[in-house]
Design a binder for this molecule. Structure first.
Ligand code: GAR
Length: 218
C-alpha cells in the first residue's frame, strides 16, 4: 500500500526531515497503539512492518469504543485488541492508569496514538516520557483539538495537512516529528478532504515512528 501511494495524483509536500525507516541494528520497536475508531493508521503501521519497511512489532491495540473497526482489523492481523471503555472510568487518570497497566503487561516501549480521541494525562505521559506519538489531521499548530478538518474548511485555508508529533500534556502541542501538506480543493467536503489527508497520514506515520525512535537511540 505504501508503494501504491507514490502514484497519488494529488500534489503534496512532506517535510524534508523524512526517510530513515528504522535501521536493523537493534531489535524491533515494541509498539502499543491507542485507537478510537476506524484504525486505518494502525493498519498502515502493520503493513509497513509486514513489508519490512518499519522494523517494529505491534504488541497490543487498546481501543475505547465498543465495536470500533480497529478491533476487527487487529483481529485479522493477529494483534491483541483490548477494550478499555472510557465511560467506565470516573477520571481521565483512572483510564490512563489502566492503559499503562496493559501497555506494560505487553512490554510496550513506544505508544502510538492513531486516531485516539481522548485527552491523555501525565499518568500516561510520565510512564512513556518522550515515547508517545500522536497523529493529527492538520498542520499544527493550526487547528488543534477536535474536528480539525472542519476547522480548516471553516477557516478557508488553501493548504492543510497532517502532523505527527511527540505528545505533551498540552493538547496537540508537542514537538513536531513530520508533517505533510495537502491542498484544499474548492469543492471539498469534510469527507473528501479527510480522505486526501489520510493518504498523507499513511505516508508519514511509519516514517515518523522510525524517526522518533532513531533520535532517541542515537
Ligand atoms: C486520523 O485522521 C487522525 O489524524 C485523527 O483521527 C483519524 C483516525 O483515522 N486523529 C485525531 O483527530 C486526533 N485529534 P484512522 O482511525 O483511520 O486511523
Amino acid at each position: 500500500m505504501l508503494d501504491s501511494l507514490a502514484t497519488d495524483p494529488t500534489p503534496s509536500l512532506i517535510s524534508p526531515d523524512m526517510l530513515p525507516y528504522q535501521s536493523r541494528t537493534t531489535g524491533p520497536l515494541k509498539l502499543g497503539v491507542l485507537a478510537s475508531g476506524n484504525g486505518s493508521n494502525f493498519e498502515i503501521m502493520i503493513e509497513a512492518i509486514a513489508s519490512g519497511q518499519l522494523h517494529a512489532q505491534v504488541q497490543v491495540v487498546i481501543y475505547n469504543n465498543p465495536g470500533a473497526k480497529v478491533a476487527a482489523r487487529a483481529e485479522r492481523w493477529g494483534v491483541p485488541a483490548i477494550l478499555l471503555n472510557h465511560r467506565e472510568y470516573d477520571r481521565r487518570e483512572y483510564l490512563d492508569a489502566a492503559i499503562v497497566e496493559v501497555l506494560q503487561r505487553y512490554e510496550v516501549e513506544w505508544v502510538v496514538m492513531a486516531g485516539w480521541m481522548r485527552i491523555v494525562t501525565p499518568v500516561l505521559l510520565d510512564a512513556f516520557e518522550n515515547r508517545a506519538i500522536n497523529i493529527h489531521p492538520s498542520l499544527l499548530p493550526s487547528f488543534p483539538g477536535v474536528r480539525a478538518i472542519e476547522q480548516a474548511l471553516a477557516a478557508g485555508v488553501k493548504i492543510t495537512g497532517c502532523t505527527v508529533h511527540l505528545v505533551v500534556p498540552e493538547v496537540d502541542a508537542g514537538p513536531i516529528l513530520m508533517q505533510a501538506a495537502v491542498p484544499v480543493m474548492p469543492d471539498d467536503t469534510p469527507e473528501s478532504l479527510h480522505a486526501r489527508v489520510q493518504v498523507m497520514e499513511h505516508r508519514i506515520l511509519p516514517r515518523a515512528i522510525a524517526l522518533a525512535a532513531s533520535r532517541t537511540s542515537s
